[in-house]
Design a protein around this ligand. Structure first.
Ligand code: ADE
Length: 239
């Protein structure tokens, strides 16, 4: 997968994306990430990228020209790949696991990170998605782009060591993940549930599924409306 990031602050991406699982995915060539400062595309005397909004209003807006020209350059450099062009905007649709799974199927994604008060509306006709990472306002789109890159890249084949782990994650199953324990069996008097030592795989799987269901019902009941519950799950909820 190829990822391009258009940002005024490319250095923000250097540390976070070079470590751990994403760092290894880049090293092994499973993903390549190129950060471009769209200020370099400004045709303005002082390389400015923003200007005052017509009609008045607080703050500055990112001008269309530097961003649209940076996008055109990406298109010219790789005309053969179909691209997903994602504008980071707090008024966009909210990012979630489903969108991460969709992004993980793409060959080439471009993230456009804004700063200041927003974008000239005419940029939006050049993008495929306007996406927010949540209902709060950040100083810019960079952290949001990193969140989406992380959630997407870990879903690529062979990026996670354990192939199982992204299939049983919270959200992939439609339920939150059940509690998990490792050694010691007794941590200062707090003991691991007995069923996990029963050796009975069906009993353990039932306990895990029931705990997932219980946790989801308590913390995120709206998630249950999006899935079809099995007869067994309906019976557990009725208990
Ligand atoms: N830019 C500023 N706030 C944002 C948010 N919540 N999501 C995506 N981009 C943003």
């Amino acid at each position: 997968m190829k990822i391009d990031v258009l940002t005024l602050f490319p250095a923000m991406f250097e540390g976070p994306l070079s470590e751990s699982i994403i760092g290894k995915a880049i090293e092994s060539g499973r993903v390549s990430i190129t950060c471009t400062n769209f200020r370099d595309y400004s045709e303005n005397k002082h390389n400015s990228v923003d200007d005052y909004p017509f009609g008045g209003g607080a703050g500055m807006l990112l001008r269309a020209q530097p961003i649209v020209d940076a996008l055109t350059d990406i298109e010219v450099q790789s005309p053969e790949t179909k691209k997903r062009i994602v504008l980071l905007d707090p008024s966009g649709k909210t990012f979630n696991q489903e969108l991460a799974e969709e992004f993980a199927e793409e060959e080439h994604i471009v993230f456009i990170c804004g700063h200041y008060e927003g974008f000239d509306e005419r940029i939006k006709q050049h993008v495929t998605d306007e996406v927010s990472i949540g209902d709060y306002v950040l100083t810019g789109g960079e952290l949001g782009a990193m969140v989406m890159i992380d959630a997407t890249v870990r879903l690529l084949p062979a990026v996670l060591g354990n192939e199982q782990s992204n299939k049983t994650d919270s959200f992939s199953t439609g339920l939150l993940e059940h509690p998990q324990y490792t050694r010691p069996r007794d941590f200062r008097g707090d003991v691991v549930p007995e069923v996990l030592f029963s050796g009975n795989h069906q009993k353990i799987a039932d306990w895990q599924e029931k705990e997932s269901l219980r946790k989801t019902w308590l913390r995120r009941p709206e998630m249950l409306e999006k899935i079809t519950l099995s007869k067994k799950q309906q019976a557990w909820l009725a208990e």
